[in-house]
Design a protein around this ligand. Structure first.
Ligand code: TDO
Length: 186
């Protein structure tokens, strides 16, 4: 149910779905079991976004001290490519990323700990993303990293098309210009 990815602090969760003639039932979060799987809360806020068009890209975002956020992300309508970039100075995987497809259909969740920049691109219209976070929203601590920094080498699957972005997401610095916000603790 819990799979550590190529960057092992990022965890893919596949909750068990009990299907029957009505549809399915799943436990989408169980604090004790998720803690055993390496996903440490406590979670203090739930977020929900809707993106209308295919190719809507939100990211790459993170919150710094004093409000670093771990995020437990899932897609409850449509489909996304979800991306986590390691921005912990001194980490053996600094600047590297992992990406996973999350969809309403596959039910997968991605645990993105503090110290990672997070973003996603929508692969279907009217895609809804819901995620639990471990710190409250703190606009002062809310920071970004350029989604298209060539040094990151992220394949967003846009096929040469321009993504739909917020104004804010056109302004973020590249990795080389990012101050040290997080240090790797092993
Ligand atoms: C993130 C956030 C935004 N807002 C407000 C600020 C703004 O007016 C409006 C839209 O905010 P944004 O443009 O930052 O929304 P968005 O681009 O969807 O930001 C989100 O992107 C993904 C990738 C993440 O990882 C999240 O942590 C978050 O940063 O909502 C809150 O009130 N609370 C929040 O927790």
């Amino acid at each position: 149910m819990f799979t550590r990815l190529a960057i092992p602090d990022v965890i893919l969760v596949q909750p068990k779905r009990h299907g029957d003639h009505r549809g399915f039932f799943e436990e989408s979060f169980v604090a004790s079991r998720y803690a055993e799987g390496g996903i440490e809360g406590p979670f203090v806020q739930d977020n929900h976004s809707l993106s209308g068009g295919v190719g809507t890209l939100r990211g790459l975002h993170f919150q710094t001290e004093p409000s670093p956020q771990g995020k437990l992300v899932r897609c409850t309508r449509g489909r996304i490519l979800d991306v986590a970039v390691d921005i912990r100075q001194g980490s053996p995987t600094y600047g590297q990323h992992v990406s996973e497809e999350l969809s309403a259909e596959n039910g997968r969740q991605l645990w993105v700990p503090a110290g990672f920049a997070h973003g996603f691109v929508t692969l279907e219209p009217n895609t809804e993303v819901q995620y639990k976070v471990t710190s409250y929203y703190d606009p002062e601590a809310d920071k970004g990293l350029a989604w298209d920094d060539p040094a990151l080498g992220i394949d967003w699957g846009l096929g040469g098309k321009e993504p739909v972005l917020s104004g804010k997401d056109t302004q973020h610095p590249v990795l080389a210009d990012l101050p040290t916000y997080f240090t790797y603790k092993g």
